[in-house]
Design a protein around this ligand. Structure first.
Ligand code: RNT
Ligand code: ZN
Length: 416
């Protein structure tokens, strides 16, 4: 049977459940996923030799990582050619591109330092999202926005202000919003002597950053909390409660990274609560293995559950991005597997008879609810997914892997 024939058979089965597969595919093609540039080079960026700091780690030494803008852009292109749909690229400030001889510290960054990225995005019809980079820098050695040292704090406040200007430039040039996500690594290894003061300073820093004049209709600022980091096991300044309250009071957004909570705490369960109080919620979908390890996103239970909540809450209200950095495998494969899995999870959710499931719950008919959710697991979602890939002109099923391996042989393996 051809891909199209298998799709027709699947379509009939889903129709019996009242699910319209054509509508599901249309909806899927309208959900952009922001692909993080930093999987391509283990969060190195283009500034030079600064080692990755901030309590995050990219472990592994798989050969062929991108070493400059040209290589990273070529790798992103390769990955996107194997991923169906139109997406966005998520940049970090340490991916600024300087002209020969030019240099600017992070508090001096300007839109021009990202002109090449805008050109790249424009040519491909991609949106850009952005992140201040408050790690892997000598001034981030102890703390950033919560620092007790006024000059250090000012440096990072100025960096964030610069990032808002750059984000607005992205939004204006590309005609689509830009999410700016603020994450800081500030925290303590051991029991604090004072939990309040660093948080008060962080609050003040955020107030100063947001006091600049920027277009809130185009630039969506989000704050990303975290429960711990390596070397920050006992206390993080930017905790969940801190940021949730800050965001609510200041009309900005929260970003939930599903590696940043206690291991039995699920981000999928948080999305509906956020959407009842905020216009939008931002996500970093990742895979924590025992800690915030940032493994590649799989088509696993929590990814599927997150996707269901995105579909139920309204995909246009969720700023969906991925965040992982595995340096132990081919980096193109990491991107493609993670992106395709996120999309499969979204498709899986789009193919569920959501109204019927909700009604069964209202009726407290839990036997049928369980039965139906379990039966749905073996419906032919794969046939619908294959058709989507074919429709979008990307390789069907594992067909993409061969192309990734050819790229490794022809391009990546020559980077020594
Ligand atoms: C770190 C956060 C943060 C980073 C990126 C590189 O724990 O998840 O989002 O991973 O900014
Ligand atoms: Zn994150």
């Amino acid at each position: 049977m051809t891909v199209a024939e298998r799709y027709e058979a699947a379509k009939e089965l889903y129709a019996k459940l009242g699910v319209d597969t054509d509508a599901a595919l249309k909806a899927l093609s309208n959900i952009p996923v922001s692909m993080h540039c930093w999987q391509g080079d283990d969060v190195s960026g283009f500034e030079g030799e600064a080692a990755l700091s901030g309590g995050i780690q990219a472990t592994g030494d798989y050969p062929g990582k991108a070493r400059n803008p040209e290589e990273l852009m070529a790798d992103i292109d390769k990955a996107l050619s194997l991923i169906p749909g139109k997406h966005r690229i998520n940049l970090h400030a340490n991916y600024a591109i300087f002209q020969a001889g030019e240099q600017a510290d992070r508090d001096q960054l300007e839109p021009k330092h990202f002109a090449k990225w805008v050109e790249f995005a424009k040519e491909r019809g991609l949106g850009l999202d952005f992140n201040p980079t408050m790690f892997s820098h000598p001034k981030a050695a102890n703390a950033t926005l919560s620092s007790e040292v006024p000059e250090i704090r000012k440096f990072w406040i100025d960096h964030c202000k610069a990032c808002l200007c750059i984000a607005q430039y992205f939004a204006e040039e590309l005609g689509t919003y830009c999410t700016v996500n603020i994450w800081i690594p500030d925290g303590l290894k051991d029991i604090p002597g004072d939990r309040m003061a660093p948080r008060a300073r962080l609050k003040d820093s955020l107030d100063q950053i947001l006091s600049i004049d920027y277009d809130r209709s185009k630039v969506f600022v989000a704050v990303e909390s975290k429960v711990f980091g390596i070397g920050f096991e006992s206390y993080t300044v930017g905790s969940h409660e801190f940021y949730m309250n800050y965001a609510a009071k200041n009309d900005i957004l929260c970003l939930l990274d599903n590696g940043h909570y206690h291991p039995t705490e699920m981000v999928s369960d948080k999305i509906s609560s956020m959407l009842l109080f905020f216009d939008k919620v931002a996500l970093h979908v990742t895979r924590p293995v025992r800690w915030d390890s940032d493994h590649v996103v799989l088509y696993d239970d929590e990814t599927r559950e997150i996707a269901k909540e995105i579909i139920r809450g309204g995909a246009d209200r969720v700023l969906l991005a991925l965040d992982f950095f595995d340096a132990s495998i081919n980096r193109i494969c990491a991107w493609v597997v993670g992106m395709r899995n996120m999309q499969k999870a979204l498709l899986n959710a789009l193919l569920m008879p959501m109204d019927r499931l909700a009604k069964l719950q209202e009726e407290r008919n839990f036997s049928e609810l369980m039965m139906l959710q379990e039966e749905l697991k073996t419906y032919p979602m794969g046939a619908v997914w294959d058709y989507f890939c074919q429709q979008n002109g990307v390789p069907v099923r594992e067909g993409w892997f061969e192309e990734a391996m050819k790229y490794e042989k022809d391009v990546l393996s020559k980077r020594v």
